[in-house]
Structure formats: structure tokens, C-alpha cells
Design a protein around this ligand. Structure first.
Ligand code: ZN
Length: 61
């Protein structure tokens, strides 16, 4: 069973709700090991490090 909306949302109401959903640029931080821009709380793509320790072997370049 799914919820049943009691009242119809007008186009303005519906579109106002959807207008809040926007794309934003991803936050990037510098890798503490190699200085490359990376996504926070993720293993660095360039050197395969997280928290200054090598977790994943860096791919061949
Ligand atoms: Zn790195």
C-alpha cells in the first residue's frame, strides 16, 4: 500500500518543490599525500591513498 494524497498539488506547488532540487558542483579537497584534487572521504584516485596510507595500488599511468 502506498500513501494516498488527499489533495491535488497544483502545478505551481509541484514545480516549486522540484525547483529546490538543483545540481551543485562536487566538493573537492586536496589529497594529503599527493595534493591532487579528490572527493572528500574517498580514496585518492591519483595515488590510491586514504589518511596518508596507501590503500589501493595506483593504476598504471
Ligand atoms: Zn593522492
Amino acid at each position: 500500500m502506498s500513501i494516498c494524497p488527499k489533495n491535488k498539488s497544483s502545478k505551481a506547488r509541484r514545480d516549486k518543490r522540484r525547483a529546490n532540487w538543483k545540481m551543485s558542483a562536487p566538493t573537492l579537497v586536496k589529497c594529503s599525500n599527493c595534493g591532487e584534487l579528490m572527493l572528500p572521504h574517498r580514496v585518492c584516485k591519483a595515488c590510491g591513498c586514504y589518511n596518508k596510507k596507501e590503500i589501493v595500488k595506483a593504476s598504471a599511468n
